[in-house]
Write a protein that binds this ligand. Structure first.
Ligand code: PEP
Ligand code: MG
Length: 586
């Protein structure tokens, strides 16, 4: 029998690995809601369908609620309460029923129209609370419509067999809910290498491809594909020969992984004896065990905002304290750097009085939001301080753009220390506070910031975005997102020199640190630490061990005189390949 012709789609591989299996197309975007005239006698049937869809949606929401509580360990019973209220909202339901009797159209059409009108009315009222409810109503409406249209739910976590997710986009909150045991990989139409979902895929070790426009309509749930997270190829109905070739790549990968396993407990020191702290980035507390077994020297970036996503209310002081304490205890004797809340940009949480911002990446994000919401900030600072009594904890502030932000944040920290002392609660009095260098303005005043903090951590994901004016998640301008652009390298070098001049250490926790072809450059700049995606720790360690620091310094010097980002990248890659070719083949 002739083999079915395989079809190859090419996107951007953002999380390495090969996955094979059945796809599930995540129904996400608005679809046409069909319009159909109905006869008088069909009305009771339409009402029954409507009631069944509302009941099914209610059940679905309750299950999500339980699932989130279990996944995030929040015990927060109010999650999705607002959504549940929408399913029971008599105004909405009665208006839909009246519309059904009056217009005699199918119920999905009537309900869609009523819900849209309801949302428009609420959105027009100048009340942040009501405006926020619009998002809940839109979400619930989509769910009810899916049931009425027989589309089933679009929830990723309810699937009970291994699969590869195909979606238009995945938000960081969607990705946080992915069931790692069943999701073999994911492919999205949008996204980029440094979008938070891509970062999470790498953290979770799930192969992923982004920037594949139109893929949702080209595949159907149940299609068999092979996903190559290295090259970004998605192969529909792969041929036997293709599957064999990928099997060979997997085999080689296992061999390299075995070699890397052998160096797990060895130090990340260059051939000529320069030691660099190699730590790991985490998003969820559930990743902490993987850090300990990766051979990392602790956690260099704990993205705490993931404790806050998918929740109706923020986690309290005790809940956060437990999470930070666990991290510190599990990483001992190594340290944990806890980054204070970096909400905003593409990571949005439920906040009372939140408003939709036209430019969230340039808006009330991270330290700006925390300084504006002292109760939220102080709760976190108190939790971090209390956890510092149980291990080696430092904290750092994200998205700093001016010195006053650090001064104010430090003042809040001192205030929290005083409160805890008065309450007789233990904490580390000389806890170190650092700041991220991820906005050009921070790099440019790094010499001034260095006097206010104990360390710097360069967030290259944002530094590139803000320097190049390229939205890090927008695939349409992804070609302009150039980590080796001379402007970015100058800012990194500037921060590094300022840190060392003022006697503080500096690391990189952005994705550049996880790219093994850039290890020579970052080492050459004189970085003291690299904090990388947990899954990349063994590779970066091998890279560091294979390099000569003096040669890397010369390379960095040479790069500083170059003008073409592509040429700089190529030079770094060649240097890396000369020293650890094996790591590039899988
Ligand atoms: C960065 O910007 O490089 C960083 C580490 O922070 P995040 O990716 O969470 O914005
Ligand atoms: Mg950042």
């Amino acid at each position: 029998m002739a083999e079915v012709e395989e079809k190859i789609f090419e996107g951007l591989g953002v999380s390495p690995g090969i996955a094979e299996g059945e796809v599930v197309v995540h129904w996400q975007d608005e679809e046409e809601v069909p319009l159909r005239d109905i006869a008088e006698e069909e009305i009771p049937g339409e009402i029954a369908r409507f009631e069944a869809a509302l009941i099914a949606t209610r059940q679905e929401l309750l299950e999500i609620q339980q699932r989130i509580v279990a996944a995030i360990g929040a015990g927060d019973a109010s999650i999705f309460d607002a959504h549940l209220l929408v399913v029971e909202d008599r105004t909405l339901i009665d208006e839909a029923l009246r519309g059904l009797e009056r217009d005699k159209h199918n119920i999905e059409f009537v309900f869609h129209q009523v819900a849209e009108k309801y949302c428009r009315t609420l959105a027009a009222i100048d009340d942040p609370y009501l405006q926020e409810r619009v998002v809940d109503i839109e979400d619930v409406t989509r769910r009810v419509l899916r049931h009425l249209l027989g589309k089933g739910h679009g929830d990723l976590h309810k699937l009970d067999r291994p699969h590869i997710i195909i979606a238009a986009n995945l938000t960081p909150s969607d990705t946080a809910l992915i069931n790692r045991d069943l999701v073999r990989g994911f492919v999205t139409e949008q996204g980029s290498r440094t979008s938070h979902s891509a970062i999470m895929a790498r953290s979770l070790g799930i192969p992923a491809i982004v920037a594949l426009p139109g893929i949702c309509s080209k595949l159907t749930t149940g299609d068999q594909v092979l996903l190559d997270g290295y090259s970004g190829k998605l192969i529909l109905e792969p041929k036997e020969q293709t599957r064999f070739e990928y099997g060979q790549i997997e085999k080689h990968k296992v061999e390299v992984e075995n070699q890397l396993e052998a160096i797990r407990e060895t130090p990340s020191t260059t051939r000529d004896g320069r030691h660099l702290v190699l730590s790991a980035n985490i998003e969820l507390p559930s990743e902490i065990d993987a850090v300990a077994s990766s051979g990392a020297e602790g956690i260099g970036l704990f993205r705490t905002e993931f404790l806050f996503l998918n929740k109706q209310t923020s986690p309290g002081e005790d809940e956060q304290y437990e999470a930070y304490k666990t991290a510190a205890e599990k990483c001992a004797p190594h340290g944990v750097i806890i980054r204070t809340l970096d909400i905003g940009g593409d990571k949005l949480m439920h906040l009372p009085h939140a408003v939709v911002e036209p430019n969230p990446f340039l808006g009330r994000r991270a330290i700006r939001l925390c300084l504006d919401e002292p109760a939220l900030f102080k709760t976190q600072l108190r939790a971090i301080l209390r956890a510092s009594a149980h291990g080696n904890i430092r904290l750092m502030y994200p998205m700093v753009t001016q010195i006053d932000e650090v001064k104010w944040a430090n003042a809040f920290l001192e205030e929290c220390k005083k409160e805890l002392s008065a309450e007789g609660k233990a904490f580390k009095h000389d806890i170190e506070a650092g700041c991220m260098i991820e906005v050009p303005s921070a790099a440019l005043i790094a010499d001034q910031l260095a006097k206010e903090v104990k360390f710097f951590s360069v967030g290259t994901n944002d530094l590139v975005q803000y320097t190049m004016a390229v939205d890090r998640g927008n695939d349409r301008v992804a070609h302009l997102y150039q980590p080796t652009h001379p402007s970015v390298l100058r800012l990194i070098a500037m921060a590094c020199q300022a840190a060392h001049k003022h006697g503080i250490w500096i690391g990189v926790c952005g994705e550049m640190a996880s790219e093994i072809h850039l290890t020579p450059l970052l080492l050459g700049f004189g970085m003291d630490e690299l904090s990388v995606v947990t899954a990349a720790v063994p590779r970066v360690k091998k890279a560091v061990q294979s390099l000569d620091f003096k040669e890397c310094s010369e390379l960095a010097c040479h790069a500083a005189g170059m003008t073409d980002p592509g040429e700089i990248d190529k030079m770094c890659r060649e240097h890396a390949k000369k020293n650890y070719r094996d790591l590039f083949d899988c």
